[in-house]
Write a protein that binds this ligand. Sequence first.
Ligand code: ZN
Length: 472
Amino acid sequence: MNNRFISVLSALLFTALAVNIVHAKSDNFSTQQLSQVESIKKDALESDLAWSLVESLTTEVGPRMPGTPSDKAAVAWAVAKFNAMGFDKVWTEPATFPKWIRYSESAAIVSPSPQKLHITALGNSISTPKAGIQAEVIEFETLAELESAPENAAKGKIVFINYRMNRDRDGNGYGPAVQARRSGAIVSAQKGAVGYVMRSVSTAHHRFAHTGGSHYKDGVTKIVSSAISNADADQLHRLIALGKPVSININVQAKSMGEGTSYNVIGEFTGSELPNEHVLIGGHLDSWDLGTGALDDGAGVALTMAAAKLARSKGQTKRSIRVVLFAAEEFGLWGAKAYVKANKKRLNNIVAAAESDFGAGRIWAFESNVHANSLPVVRDIASMMKSLNVEYIGKNAARGGPDLIPFRPFKIPAFGLEQDGTDYFDYHHTADDTLDKIDPANLRQNVATYAVFAYMAANAKTRIIGKNLLTK
Ligand SMILES: [Zn+2]
């Protein structure tokens, strides 16, 4: 079946489900509010607002690497869109970060079977000399295997870690795989290597290499840090397995540019009764430079902006709804860290927070992380998501998106609106992260779910509280 047909079919199905639901009474919401939720859901499932936003962002702005002119254009884009959408307050807050840019990269097997490799520099990588570096490759299956190798095991060689990431709906393969990206160059240098290349943090079969943040450590020699596509990693592995020495050339030209500045962009619909208390939803505005950052995280930006607008469409909500588009997430959560620092005294005003940063797949589950006293409200919200095929996990242990990590010490009420990420790591951080990978029907289902969440958390009779409050 083609996507368009599936879109039409699922839109019809949702509409049919939405109109047939009869709701039980709730202590937290009036009957009128519950019928407004149904109406918002229906509108969201017919709305192309999120699509038009992500289309505009990825087309008119394109890639949004922190600190570049395109990133600046994205900030201006977000301010203009928030204003055009009628948000009551729109503002920016600065964030600084170590700036890095890529010029070029290439690689090839030099011997015994010369051929091109599809490679990307990892974020923060140093440059090689202009002619590149050339050396014999030594392969390890995992970062742990490299760590336990003897001193000088990789002396004068290029380390190749060939760890295969597993595919799963919840993306649990990413955590174990990403360690080799973050610190592979450090450990390789400690074992005497002159360069580092890894199999992409990826579940794909295509020939795109996946970039992403990497680090160096003071006192350890900096060596080039790079990743090849999975198909190229398989090829290299087969060649090495034949037993002859395999030499490759890697040429990366990139530069650290000192401190860069960007901005969190914030749009708020002001609440009628408790304007200081607010729901916080959002995504990150920046992206890597290889693709156009459609899945990561143009979708999250667009769907939370659209959801806030729909949640406000029945009139002012009791509490405010705030959309935060975080800066410089890809370089290390710099916007989120700056937000927490600048708003530390006001974090207790957050009644519910959720970040969308896992692509644009359907939301299949809802999870909370709140004080036990707030679980009845959470269950009411979850019950209104059922017709969207969203189940409540109920462990009350949501982690929130990456930009909510700096909020964790404050134990704000965090939520996970869990997307199906089965194919997310086929595209993540590649040149192939483009608009065509977003399914419009799935995007609308995301908007509907976020709109239900924002409307209900903003209007609940008693506010949702986090585990930081009323606990001993
Ligand atoms: Zn992201």
